[in-house]
Design a protein around this ligand. Structure first.
Ligand SMILES: Nc1nc2c(ncn2[C@@H]2O[C@H](COP(=O)(O)OP(=O)(O)OP(=O)(O)O)[C@@H](O)[C@H]2O)c(=O)[nH]1
Ligand SMILES: [Mg+2]
Length: 280
């Protein structure tokens, strides 16, 4: 008997959704930082076993949209809820409760909902117990589990629980495939993660990263990325004094890329001001 299906991961920003996907995969596919709104796109991660295939959708954290990009992000969350077989609703020991609209959606859905209380390592036992009771009472999920995605606690148990809830069926993807997104996408994401880590204030949220070249040769992988910003002042901040800030960012990205690709990487990064905005 083979089981396969789509599992959508939803929850507020920063509760550890991407960390959880990476833990379930045993591999880092989705970028993680301590800043909310790290995930901007819907990320597919495919976990394969002999008798199962789980296709995870990691989504941006649910919030009330205040601007266009957030609106687009929330649309991706909505889509993820619509075409799943199982919903993984993540909260953490610090969050008071699920965002209201998401909570209503979770209550109404006919799909199985697995509620995950993450960051168990940060909570007090009594408080955690109370939170689990409350979740059970108010959300009435199909299953409920407390985990620590960061420390790999209860992840195997969660995985087995999910496999149990999947429908029977053939795999959707070849068993050696771990995502349906192109390599270039992950390259851009790795660089974006470093920008989130190394710059403050509005900079992390003003950039878009595009990978324009990805060329594997025998000796090394040549990668060229472009960082787009809205203003010349932002470009100057990204580059920094004598190019030092950009160098530090690019070096950190290159090191991660080399680990991820298991190859030597030549990384070239250019910073550009978005067309049409140059004169602002
Ligand atoms: N202590 C602790 N920290 C965790 C755990 N899981 C995740 N974190 C941390 O929480 C922060 C946010 O993690 P992410 O995985 O980026 O959270 P997210 O829900 O994907 O966030 P968005 O993509 O912004 O919606 C990071 O600093 C993680 O290291 C955990 O189990 N314990
Ligand atoms: Mg995320």
């Amino acid at each position: 008997m083979h089981k396969s299906g789509w599992i959508s991961i939803v929850g507020s920003p920063n509760v550890g959704k991407s960390t959880l996907v990476n833990a379930l995969m045993g591999e880092k596919l989705s970028i993680v930082t301590n800043k909310p709104q790290t995930t901007r796109h819907r990320i597919t991660a495919i976990a394969n076993g002999e008798d199962y295939q789980m296709v995870f959708s990691d989504t941006p954290g649910v919030l009330k949209p205040h601007y266009k990009m957030q609106e687009a992000m929330m649309k991706k969350v909505g889509e993820a809820l619509d075409d799943a077989d199982v919903i993984l609703a993540v909260t953490d020991v610090e969050e008071k409760y699920f965002e209201r609209e998401l909570f209503e959606k979770l209550k109404r859905t006919k799909l199985p909902v697995v509620a995950v209380l993450n960051k168990l390592d940060l909570g007090e036992q009594e408080e955690t117990g109370r939170k689990l009771e409350l979740l059970k009472e108010q959300l009435n999920p199909t299953a409920i589990i407390a985990v620590s995605a960061l420390h790999n606690f209860n992840i195997k148990e969660l995985k087995n629980l999910l496999i149990g809830l999947l429908p029977e069926g053939e795999p959707f993807y070849p068993k050696d495939q771990i995502s349906d997104l192109p390599e270039k996408f992950f390259v851009s994401e790795i660089l974006r993660e470093k920008i989130l880590m190394y710059y403050q204030q509005e900079i992390p949220y003003s950039v878009e990263v595009v990978t324009v070249e990805f060329l594997e040769t025998e000796k090394l992988t040549r990668i060229r990325c472009e960082i787009f910003v809205n203003r010349h002042t932002q470009k100057a901040i990204i580059i920094g004094n004598k190019g030092e800030a950009l160098k530090r960012t690019a070096t950190a990205a290159r090191k991660d890329l080399e680990k991820w690709l298991n190859a030597k990487v030549f990384l070239e990064v250019q910073v550009k001001v978005k067309k049409g905005l140059e004169r602002q």
